[in-house]
Design a protein around this ligand. Structure first.
Ligand code: PGA
Length: 284
């Protein structure tokens, strides 16, 4: 291999350091479509670089357009999912995989049926397991056996949850059963046809499980997320807003549209970093 010049080594070092130490980076995109496309491109780039990628997946309305983009990339660009493994963040307690409101169903509908991921390589917690605590331990062990999560996709709830880690979730929590907060039940009611029909509990990866992923990518769009994004990124770390734990993560990218980023104080700084950081060269 040709020797690198001093200048090249300098930039390699900056790049390497930025991977190790950058912490949270915020990328502000003009609208929700460009934000979702950017997240899909980050994921696709990591998948192309490592076909055996262990992917942590999320559900919710915001993620639907990320999956639409991935399906398009699979069809048009041959993005290959055949060697990757996937682990979803959560599943409702009591819903079978066939239930149209379950996250098993969501994932099948929005992604799995439309790309070439092997069914045996996709994992979600089983919300109907006879012994839920045992199921939580099994799921944690499965993530560990896979070598840990390489890239974890995240949405954010209006009350600040990642996964279903509702307020006061321990920042070191592992996969467990969690009761849903009233705000979450309200937020998810449209998917169930009314608050009364939303399950009261879910199995969720813990905050500790999530921040062990090698890379986290959080997507939030729309003005209903503006307050919580400002708290999550710029507020103090607190178990009242589990997304604030991402500030402890060495490599977390938060992608927002203008609406969700509206209440961030340091917008101009984030834009400067995105415009100047070599890592984002191909994404601008
Ligand atoms: P949403 O959910 O994308 O439907 O807003 C995100 C979340 O609650 O994590």
């Amino acid at each position: 291999m040709a020797e690198r010049t001093g200048a090249e080594l300098f930039f390699v070092r900056i790049r390497f350091r930025s991977w190790l130490y950058s912490g949270v980076e915020v990328i502000i995109q003009p609208d929700k479509e460009t934000a979702a496309r950017l997240v899909a491109r980050i994921l696709a780039s990591d998948l192309r670089a490592k076909p055996q990628l262990v992917l942590g997946l999320a559900t919710g309305g915001t993620m639907e357009s990320v999956y639409q983009n991935l399906v398009r990339m699979h069809r048009e660009e041959g993005l290959d999912f055949s060697h990757c493994q996937t682990f979803n963040l959560d599943e409702y307690v009591g819903l079978t995989a066939a239930d149209p409101s379950s996250y098993h169903h969501y994932m099948h509908h929005h992604l799995f049926r439309a790309v070439n991921v092997a069914a045996g390589n996709t994992h979600l917690p089983e919300g109907t397991a006879a012994n839920l605590d045992e199921e939580c331990r099994r799921y944690e062990a499965l993530v560990r056996q896979a070598g840990g999560i390489d890239l974890q996709l995240l949405g954010i709830g209006k009350a600040g949850h990642i996964g279903f880690n509702e307020p006061l979730s321990a920042l070191r929590s592992r996969t467990r059963v969690k009761a849903l907060a009233p705000a979450t039940i309200q937020q998810n009611a449209p998917f169930f046809g009314g608050e009364a029909k939303v399950p009261r509990r879910a199995i969720t990866m813990g905050v500790g499980t999530i921040i062990e992923a090698r890379r986290c990518v959080l997507l939030a769009t729309g003005d209903s997320k503006a307050d919580v994004i400002a708290q999550a990124v710029e507020g103090p770390i607190t178990s009242m807003v589990s997304a604030t734990a991402l500030q402890l993560h060495p490599r977390c990218t938060v992608v927002v549209d203008e609406a969700a980023g509206a209440k961030l104080k340091e917008k101009e700084y984030y834009r400067w970093i995105f415009a100047n950081e070599p890592e984002w060269e191909g994404y601008r």
